[in-house]
Write a protein that binds this ligand. Structure first.
Ligand code: C2O
Ligand code: CU
Length: 437
């Protein structure tokens, strides 16, 4: 689809059902009356126009997660643009430089709006994509619902969640459905784009297909590799592109599972139709074409910026600075619902974490000094986690106590957000910014 006609994206309140059996629909917020929002396909290197219309009763904005685009189009309400008020329309206009799998979501009170459903998948098509028989998208979400499948409104914004692992749900959907069956044929080659659009849940997925390779992470091509045991971990915000040569026998089924606690739950399944597509799998290469980003080489030396992450339940944070004032954790939690600090500061500081001229090689040296994992996301740039050389990411998970560096060339001018993508953690203080001049 070329972008001659601008796309229109409307956020609104509405109702959906997640399965055929559900009696009473669930109240949600959605884009274009669909959960997840419409699949947007753009062309690499071509300008696209998306008109966002806000039909909600509250402010909103749309962030294009992972796209290296102009700062003014990044969609962070209150920072890169004013909030889009009810009844208003905002025109997003950008040219995606890299092909791959991305997503879009509300960046206004995302702890509420993302939880309620304001997210969708965005694909930037390669000029020469690998040959496949199906291009499937799995937008994986985690909802907290009651017995009647109603969105659990009461617990929205609960301090307990914000100080622990975020709002974890009890109901997982793939493309807005809890029991979707995807028809496949033996011998088909499938590209499968996984996107974790949950507020806070780290997804541990299990595939039972033997011929499965990961070909991209967070939109960026990687050298294809087979994940051990078909297991894939996706933190909130992360994506993985897979190429699967479907090897099951006609008539069989192959579940896709998510591990929650000690159990594996089926979240979707492949169903092999009664015919064989190919006796021999395709032998064309599965490697994705390089992106402009793939050409970027990091230098040996960096400007280093430490990022100490503290807070949360069972943590060692005693006090922190909020709006320039030192406060103890109790006051912060009770009065302001803030429980996380970056370098001793809660929430958006007046001064950025760093301000550097365009082209500076930076290393954000993370020390995750608390009891929780955090999915750290950098806006406007991809970075390399020093543990995984050569892999460009926009979101990376730091386990409790873990240290590691996010390294990149700050080459996109503007003020950019850096935050935990467990969006309750972001709301409760785990967000900062940097500026490229
Ligand atoms: Cu996916 Cu700041 O967001
Ligand atoms: Cu976090």
């Amino acid at each position: 689809m070329s972008q001659a006609k601008p796309l229109r994206l409307t956020a609104a309140n509405g109702e959906v059902t997640f399965s055929g059996e559900q009696e009473n629909p669930t109240r949600v917020m959605y884009y274009n009356q669909s959960i997840p929002g419409p699949l947007i396909r753009l062309r690499q290197g071509e300008e696209s126009v998306i008109q966002f219309h806000n039909a909600l009763e509250e402010n909103s904005s749309v962030h294009w997660h992972g796209l290296r685009i102009d700062n003014a189009m990044d969609g962070v309400a209150g920072m890169t643009q004013p909030p889009v008020k009810p009844g208003e329309t905002f025109e997003y206009r950008f040219t995606p430089p890299d092909a791959g799998t991305y997503w879009y979501h509300s960046h206004m009170r995302s702890w509420a709006q993302l939880a309620a459903g304001l997210a969708g998948v965005l694909i930037v098509e390669e000029k020469e994509p690998p040959q496949v028989d199906q291009d499937l998208v799995f937008a994986i979400d985690d909802w907290r619902v009651d017995r009647k499948m109603q969105f659990d409104q009461k617990s929205l914004g609960a301090l307990h969640d914000w100080a622990h692992g975020g709002r974890l749900g009890n109901f997982i959907t793939v493309n807005g459905n809890s029991e979707q069956v995807y028809p496949v044929a033996h011998g088909q080659r499938i590209r499968l784009r996984l996107v974790n659009i949950a507020n806070a849940r780290v997804m541990y997925l299990i595939f039972h297909e033997p011929e499965l390779s990961i070909v991209a992470l967070d939109g960026q091509p990687v050298e294809p590799y087979q994940p051990e045991g078909g297991r894939i971990r996706l933190a909130p915000g992360q994506r993985a592109d897979l190429i699967v040569d479907m090897a099951g026998s006609p008539g069989s089924r192959s579940p896709i599972e998510a591990i929650i606690g000690e159990y594996a739950y089926e979240i979707a399944q492949f169903e092999y139709v009664d015919k064989v597509r190919r006796e021999q799998p395709l032998d064309s290469p599965i490697e994705l074409p390089a992106n402009p980003l793939s050409q970027m080489r990091l230098p040996e030396r960096f400007e280093h910026f430490p990022l100490l992450m503290q807070g949360g339940a069972m943590g060692n944070l005693r006090e922190a600075i909020y709006f320039g004032e030192k406060m103890d954790l109790r006051t912060l939690a009770r009065q302001y619902k803030k429980v996380w600090a970056l370098n001793g500061i809660v929430g958006m500081p007046e001064e950025p974490l760093f301000r550097v001229p365009r082209g500076t090689a930076v290393s954000i040296d993370v020390d995750n000094d608390n009891r929780w994992p955090h999915a750290m996301h950098v806006h406007g740039h991809h970075f390399i986690h020093d543990r995984s050389p050569g892999v460009w990411r926009d979101t990376v998970l730091f386990g409790r106590g873990e240290k590691g560096s996010m390294r990149f060339i700050a080459d996109n001018p503007g003020k950019w957000l850096l935050h935990c993508h467990m969006v309750e953690h972001m709301a409760a203080g785990m967000a900062t910014w940097f500026e490229v001049t």
